[in-house]
Design a protein around this ligand. Structure first.
Ligand code: GLC
Ligand code: CA
Length: 556
């Protein structure tokens, strides 16, 4: 495998709206990110991925872009963005932006011009169909609920939107549209970006001609995934994008890719893949139901282990997955993956270490390093996220009471991860002096960065140790490139694996509060990571405490 500059990096995802708000309007902003660069540098992260801060009506919190060349004034100015890139660079850090090009906003100029003249140049930037009374062009269900077709204002056409109706899909079949996208990517890369996280990218290729699929819910509609399974030929677009943009700059690109076929992995992220990396969503999507969030199954520690090992086995040494515990679309990982009632400092550290030591590029979502938890919603009116509102309606339609529906969607609401970053025990968690755009999680008085920075045993201090181990010249080659080999796979609530490179490391995690013992196959020379002050060992047998996690250096 050719070594790349991003292989040994650690990425930190920032959700700008909720990160830090120095000017007190209740909305986090780019100057706020600049204020916190030293905090991030001190943690040890190298690459910052910013969720969108382009000009946007914020119908889907910035994933609906109305100008790809402008920063939304709520987040700052273009000068702020340039300053951020420069300040990051001074600290040896890189900035990634979010590339959202499956769709734009219905307030984008292209869309406005398509409405004015659907038969003109911009009409072909979108998927438009003649409106027929009583019949939609296809029966696809949008990701955010309801049909994917909406009337194109002032015309006799309808347009396609696989996400919200304020997010019209762009027509990638049109070479002129593709040129516009590449021009924009290169414009940003010329500004010195390290690369992009690429949003919802597998949706850009539609199965043509557009047609109906088997309905899969009472509403008579069919999930987009049914159409996507049928869509061939995305490689032509992705390969072209790579060659025209990322490749020329040696930029880092990480794709948001779901439901890929194993045989496509080499094309996606192999040597000369379309992307540098892609997220492993095997754990976060486990238990999902086609019926909706209300029907999702919980994930047990054994499931978690199986999901990680499956993903690792599938990728082997083809390329580098990007490993996540959570992101802005998911509940907080500690609330989701740790069994109910057992979320504590030790179990949070265990989850961190088991994930961080996997082969791939570790991503930390803001607040994850503090072990931030899901928030509490006392009413659906407290929820901002559009997809939570849709899932709430789906749950009610399925016969759940409002209380049950609220409880069900609270477990998955995207707002769990979007509450403001908890900086300190001060008012509003030190996020803003104004009124935060989304309610702060009330537990900020106990979970916050200030307290954890002062505490060598905090979750954050533990993350710092994990990052430091990844960078330690003595272990780096093994942690970054070493092969992963599961061990004791059949043991209940025990996740363990070797990382084999220049050195041999053994990661062992006891995923339960009861103690359990493991007998090491050979001796070890060092305990590199331990979430307890000590390790109980007699004659090669280790008695693991509640949620104890260890990284051992083994004798060769
Ligand atoms: C991606 C984003 C999500 C957004 C969607 C539509 O999944 O992560 O936040 O709603 O794409 O852009
Ligand atoms: Ca602000």
């Amino acid at each position: 495998m050719t070594k790349k500059w991003w292989h040994d990096k650690v990425v930190y995802q920032i959700y700008p709206k909720s990160f830090y708000d120095p000017n007190g309007d209740g909305i986090g902003d780019i100057p706020g990110i600049i204020c916190k660069l030293d905090y991030l540098r001190e943690l040890g992260v190298d690459i910052l991925w910013l969720s969108p801060c382009y000009q946007s009506p914020l119908a889907d919190q910035g994933y609906d872009i109305s100008d790809y060349y402008a920063i939304d004034p709520r987040f700052g100015t273009m000068e702020d963005m340039e300053r951020l890139i420069a300040e990051a660079k001074k600290r040896g850090m890189y900035i990634l932006m979010d590339l959202v090009v499956n769709h734009c906003s219905d307030e984008h100029e292209w869309f406005r011009r398509a409405c004015e003249d659907p038969d003109g140049k911009y009409g072909d930037f979108f998927y438009l169909r003649k409106k027929e009374e009583g019949k939609l062009p296809t029966n696809w269900r949008s990701y955010f609920g309801g049909p994917v077709w909406e009337d194109l204002p002032g015309t006799d056409r309808q347009y396609l939107h696989v996400f919200h109706k304020k997010q019209p899909d762009l027509n990638w079949e049109n070479p002129e549209l593709r040129e516009e996208v590449y021009k924009n990517i290169n414009w940003w890369l010329d500004k010195g970006l390290g690369g992009f996280r690429i949003d919802a990218i597998m949706n850009i290729k539609k199965a043509l001609p557009l047609r109906d699929y088997e309905p899969d819910r009472e509403d008579g509609l069919s999930s987009i995934s049914n159409m996507l399974q049928d869509a061939d030929g995305i490689g032509r677009f992705l390969g072209e994008m790579r060659d025209r943009t990322f490749k020329k700059y040696d930029a880092f690109s990480v794709g948001e890719i779901f439901n890929e076929k194993p045989e496509d992995l080499p094309d996606l992220i192999g040597e000369n893949g379309y992307f540098s990396s892609m997220f492993d969503f095997n754990e976060t999507t486990f238990g999902e139901s086609p019926k909706g969030w209300y029907d999702a199954a919980p994930i047990t520690p054994d499931d978690y282990k199986r999901c990680c090992f499956e993903a690792q086995a599938r990728i082997g040494d083809i390329g580098f997955l990007s490993n996540i515990i959570e992101n802005h679309d998911r509940p907080r990982g500690v609330s989701h993956f740790i069994p109910e009632g057992e979320c504590c400092t030790e179990s949070k550290k265990l989850l961190a270490a088991l994930n961080f030591m996997l082969r791939g590029i570790p991503f930390i979502y803001q607040g994850q390093e503090l072990g931030m938890e899901n928030t509490v919603f006392s009413s659906i009116d407290e929820v901002d996220d559009i997809s939570t509102h849709d899932e709430y309606r789906t749950a009610l339609d399925a016969g759940l009471t409002p209380e049950e529906a609220l409880k069900a969607v609270s477990r998955f609401s995207r707002d769990n991860a979007r509450t403001p970053m908890q900086w300190s025990a001060e008012k509003n968690a030190g996020f803003t002096k104004g009124t935060p755009w989304l309610r702060v999680n009330p537990n900020y008085t106990s979970i916050n960065a200030a307290a954890q920075m002062a505490d060598p045993d905090s979750v954050r201090s533990f993350y710092k140790r994990l990052i430091a181990l990844r960078k330690d010249p003595a272990y780096k080659e093994t942690v970054v490139y070493g092969l992963l080999e599961p061990v004791w796979e059949e043991r209940h609530n025990l996740m363990a694996y070797y990382r084999r490179g220049e050195k041999t490391l053994l990661v062992i995690g006891n995923q339960q509060k009861e103690t359990q013992e493991v007998t090491l196959p050979c001796g070890h020379t060092k305990v590199l990571i331990n979430n307890y002050p000590d390790m109980e060992e007699h004659d090669g047998t280790i008695r693991l405490k509640a949620y104890q996690v260890l990284v051992l250096e083994m004798c060769q």
